[in-house]
Design a protein around this ligand. Structure first.
Ligand code: ZN
Length: 99
């Protein structure tokens, strides 16, 4: 999870080197200068996981109605997802992802 390898050159990229992915869909690998991004399937799984965890824990800890639970967990996952995404696996990005 930490230090995911670049899909091109297989060199490990630290969290610091992947921080650019917070603001960009894709970044260039520091070592081989080829475009990389986070796997789409992992991003999807990540947002579902965050939503379920947040909704579940709020449901247990509070008396909020299900409509509010869904709304609050959706907001939380939108806000936090990009910070968690950088821990996920990388894949080869296309040039259009870099625009
Ligand atoms: Zn590379």
């Amino acid at each position: 999870m930490f230090g995911e390898p670049c899909p091109h050159c297989k060199k490990k990229l630290s969290i610091n080197q992947r921080k650019g992915l917070l603001n960009h869909i894709a970044i260039y690998c520091r070592y081989c200068a080829k475009p990389i991004k986070i796997k789409d399937t992992h991003q999807l799984l990540n947002s579902v996981a965050i939503g379920v965890i947040c909704g579940g824990s709020l449901g247990i800890l509070t008396d909020l109605k299900i409509e509010y639970l869904a709304m609050v967990s959706a907001l939380i996952s939108v806000f936090f997802q990009r910070y968690l995404d950088i821990f996920y696996s990388l894949e080869i990005a296309s040039e259009s992802d870099l625009l």
